[in-house]
Design a protein around this ligand. Structure first.
Ligand code: GDP
Length: 635
């Protein structure tokens, strides 16, 4: 068969066909060159594949749904042509009617165009290009610990001792964050009311804290909330410095605290551990300088940097409505420099920065990375943890805010689903999840340890059971937040969760399982873990083909013309090629054809073309195909 005849049969121009064959490295001299029948088949197949690939690459970005008129413009066609196409599919559309993604894409495909959703403006805004102004920035510190152990006192002491007389005017005013200036560098402190807020901010995507200072009172030691705070900090992967506070008290027992800390894998450096630990007193000021030194040292190791040249981005630390000034938000700038006059979106609020106050209550025109500022000018009160982005203008801001509001509404209707015990198996199959994260709560210390021990016993080499947090007492909102950010399941033994905690969990799609009997708890977790184990795969023979002839395809390699001798062969099946009873290749059935048609399966007694990707395949070789059966192993 000559090339021009083949081109005619394929309904293409012979010149175009020769061009395509060149692309496929198929040497054809002219349209008078001839090819045999098998080669012609292969050419048809390959050209079709090439066409598909070309369409895949011919991407036009649009916004779905798209009107007939807009689509016509994008495809460079007349609207009447598009309407005609639709009519042939039995669909009546007028020029201004919108087509959904599926309909529009199918139609565009016909014109060799691959439609894709345009990145939303929000994504574009968020992906602001980096500039060359990457410079070091001050660290952002959060203090955490048990109530009354002295977080506020330490913050106050640091603040008072580091500001000058002149600046004391603003000190009465409390804002959620402040920055201190030291000869060796600046440090920003964020005063979140507790570790719940810290984690809530993380759940909103705001990881603002670089270093956590865990405050433990020397007269009281490690308490449940200390452990909670510690686990929250660990889940966030933030370095920890321990401040043993109230060292001025006669009842202070620093060694006792250090011992307790060692039990929680927080062995102090002077005891051969890894945790920088410092004795302080918020009352006398003892050790505070050393604490600040340690912070700067840790920050130096972390090489914290920010891009000063890009459009500003920050996080809301706290926000309120001022009767006189309207919505006020304390924002910690993270990247870029925020300026008065900037248009910004903040959560679902839009605004233009009318004025900014620094942490001393003084007006300022701009604020750089790690600087906390109170901003005026938002049209509503945002939530702590909301991210602030500077946008190019009001129009762009409005578009993003509207999209975010719609999104928020949708999310309310369908809370995002987090890890559920019964979904584990599926999740593991889909991804590479090899961990079951658990937050464990029990009624008393003894049972907590017993349950933990049993749980650890049923985990295996292949599946890691990770206890994100364990504690005594009812499941609380802090557990739910921690489960949210770490994608953990909450398991309770002989404990309850009150209605508000259950509601919170429900709204966030977090599973709480409460048990009264230890075996039930263990059985359930076992069942979930079973799903986590890698299944064992068994090969089952399905059929055999004998190679009658082999033809070469420069792109797809060799294709074997075969006869199915036994059983059946399916596309995608695993296969073995053998020659004189020796296996010469193992792989997959990559392509399977009957005449021109791609087929899924070919049965005994039929001929077919098989592509295995094995280049040395020969006439007389045998191809054995296998199916895979998954066998779940028991623990
Ligand atoms: P927070 O709940 O962790 O913020 O703790 P606070 O800072 O409110 O402190 C609780 C109580 O401990 C207050 O009465 C403080 O005066 C007291 N306190 C805090 N730090 C020290 C300290 O270093 N020494 C002494 N003696 N008392 C302190």
């Amino acid at each position: 068969m000559r090339i021009h005849e083949l081109a005619k049969e394929m309904g293409v121009d012979s010149k175009a066909l020769i061009e395509k064959l060149k692309k496929l490295n198929f040497p054809v001299k002219s349209h008078m060159s001839s090819v045999d029948k098998d080669t012609a088949e292969i050419i048809k197949h390959e050209v079709e594949n090439l066409k598909q690939r070309e369409i895949e690459q011919n991407v036009i970005e649009v916004d779905f749904p798209i009107t007939v008129k807009e689509l016509a413009v994008k495809l460079n066609k007349k609207p009447s042509e598009i309407m005609g196409d639709l009519l042939r599919q039995g669909k009546m559309f007028n020029i201004n009617q919108a087509l959904d993604e599926q309909t529009a894409s199918a139609l565009a495909y016909k014109y060799k165009v691959n439609l894709r959703q345009k990145p939303t403006t929000e994504e574009q805004v968020l992906q602001v290009e980096e500039t060359q102004e990457l410079k070091s920035r001050p660290p952002v510190i959060t203090l955490m610990g048990h109530i009354d152990h002295g977080k506020t006192s330490i913050l106050d002491y640091i603040r008072k001792s580091t500001i000058t007389e002149k600046e004391t005017g603003g000190i009465t005013q409390h804002i959620g964050a402040y920055q201190i200036r030291l000869p060796k560098g600046n440090i920003s402190f964020v005063d979140t009311p507790g570790h719940e807020t810290f984690t809530e901010m993380r759940a909103r995507g705001a990881n603002i804290t670089d270093i956590v200072i865990l405050v433990v009172a020397a007269d009281d030691g490690v308490k449940p909330q200390t452990v909670e705070a510690l686990d929250h900090a660990r889940a966030a992967d933030v370095p920890i410095i321990v401040a043993v506070n109230k060292c001025d008290l006669p009842t202070a027992d620093v060694d006792m605290v250090k011992q307790q800390l060692s039990k929680h894998e927080l062995a102090p450096e002077d005891w051969g551990g890894q945790t920088p630990t410092v004795k302080v007193s918020a009352k006398t000021g003892e050790g505070i300088d050393e604490l600040l030194e340690l912070i700067l040292l840790q920050a130096e190791i972390m090489e914290l940097k920010a891009d000063y040249g890009r459009r500003a981005k920050g996080v809301v630390v706290e926000a309120r409505l001022s009767p006189g000034k309207g919505p006020l938000a304390t924002v910690l700038v993270q990247e870029g420099v925020l300026r008065v006059g900037d248009w910004c979106v903040c959560g679902t609020e839009l605004g233009r920065v009318k004025a900014m106050l620094d942490d001393k209550g003084e007006g300022t025109e701009e604020a750089g990375p790690a600087a906390p500022v109170e901003i005026l000018g938002l049209n509503g009160v945002p939530n702590p943890g909301d991210q602030l982005y500077v946008v190019s203008d009001e129009h762009q801001g409005r578009e993003i805010v509207e999209k975010r509001r719609e999104e928020a509404k949708r999310k309310k209707l369908a809370p995002s689903s987090h890890m559920k015990l019964e979904d584990l198996y599926k999740k593991v199959q889909e991804g590479e999840v090899k961990q079951l994260k658990v937050i464990l709560k029990a009624d008393v210390g003894g049972t907590l340890e017993a349950v933990e021990g049993s749980l650890r016993n049923i985990s295996s080499k292949e599946v890691e059971l990770q206890l994100v947090h364990k504690g005594i007492g009812a499941v609380n909102s802090s557990d739910v937040l921690l489960a949210e950010v770490s994608d953990a399941v909450i398991v309770g033994f002989k404990v309850t969760a009150d209605a508000s905690v259950r509601d919170l969990a429900k709204s966030k799609g977090i599973e709480i399982r409460v048990y009264q009997i230890i075996y039930e708890l263990i059985d359930d977790v076992k069942a979930a873990l079973e799903g986590l184990l890698s299944p064992h795969v068994k090969k089952i023979f399905t059929g055999r083909a004998v190679v009658k002839t082999v033809f070469s395809l420069s792109r797809s390699g060799k294709i074997a013309g075969c006869m199915i001798e036994k059983g059946k062969i399916a596309r995608g099946a695993i296969c073995q090629v053998s020659r004189e009873n020796e296996v010469v290749h193992e792989g997959k059935i990559r392509s399977l054809k009957r005449f021109k048609e791609d087929v899924k399966e070919v049965a005994e007694g039929y001929e077919c073309g098989i592509g295995t990707g094995y280049d040395q395949i020969q006439e007389g070789d045998r191809i054995d195909a296998y199916a895979e059966e998954v066998i779940t192993r028991r623990l």
